[in-house]
Design a protein around this ligand. Structure first.
Ligand code: TIU
Length: 241
């Protein structure tokens, strides 16, 4: 009996224009959705930020993550953080600003931004499956000093759907790194957030300006419409085409 074959490619509604995606060559990359950035007592708060600003990205991101899992799209999670001996943390990064607690200092969720500590872990709503790839990164960009490039090459990935926090810091840095490496990046606006709403908006504009100088901007509804049309009927940026 003929099976209802899953679409292997979709035209995803995006700005500055729709983008054709081969799902087998597309990975969902979720940047740094860690307790250290999203919850009180972590790195984000020690930098003086209102961490409640980031919560809005969790649900849309969870919806895309669920759809990607159902569609068997490659999922990559990243975590910013450092080794317990801080040997991978540049002194200039540790000393930057005047945080109440610095990288490596003890906090309510363990040592700030240190691998293995509770605060370094990913929020429960987006927790990686054992089968999913988790990239630990010492910098803002997910390619710097990590195995991400090798992993994406191994799986034949050409396109990245990018979610996570914060829009103008680790999301933007990663998209710029990826763009220079030849990946087509689609940033999902409602799946990203910043401590500064205006930086979120501008961070997205910077990506899609000039004909998509760094990539495309879409949203969770458009992705759900494209990869799971049977469970999605609306798209904020134009729906399935
Ligand atoms: N401070 C800030 O906005 N972000 C970071 O330090 N790291 C990430 O964006 N993950």
């Amino acid at each position: 009996m003929a099976n209802l074959a899953r679409a292997t490619t979709s035209l995803l509604a995006a700005e500055p224009g729709p983008i054709e995606l081969d799902w087998a060559a597309t990975a969902l990359v979720i940047i740094d959705m860690q307790r250290d950035f999203l919850e009180p007592g972590g790195f984000g708060e020690t930098l003086g930020n209102d961490v409640s600003q980031l919560a809005r990205a969790i649900e849309p991101c969870a919806n895309v993550l669920g759809a990607a899992r159902n569609a068997e799209i490659l999922v990559v999670h990243t975590r910013e953080g450092h080794l317990p001996d801080l040997s991978d943390a540049p002194p200039a990064k540790i000393a930057r600003g005047a945080p109440s607690r610095r990288i490596g200092d003890p906090g309510p969720m363990g040592r700030i931004l240190i691998r293995g500590e509770a605060g370094h872990d990913i929020v429960s709503e987006l927790y990686p499956l054992d089968s999913e790839i988790v990239i630990d990164k010492p910098g803002k960009g997910a390619f710097y000093a990590t195995e991400l490039g090798d992993v994406l090459q191994k799986y034949g990935i050409e396109n990245l759907l990018v979610c996570g926090v914060t829009t103008e810091v680790c999301v933007n840095t990663t998209v710029r790194e990826a763009n220079d490496r030849g990946y087509r990046c689609v940033v999902l606006a409602d799946c990203c957030a910043s401590y500064f709403p205006e930086f979120h908006e501008m961070g997205l504009k910077m990506i899609k300006a000039q004909g998509g100088i760094f990539g495309w901007v879409s949203d969770s509804a458009a992705v759900l419409a494209a990869i799971a049309p049977e469970i999605s009927s609306v798209s904020a940026v134009g729906g399935r085409r």
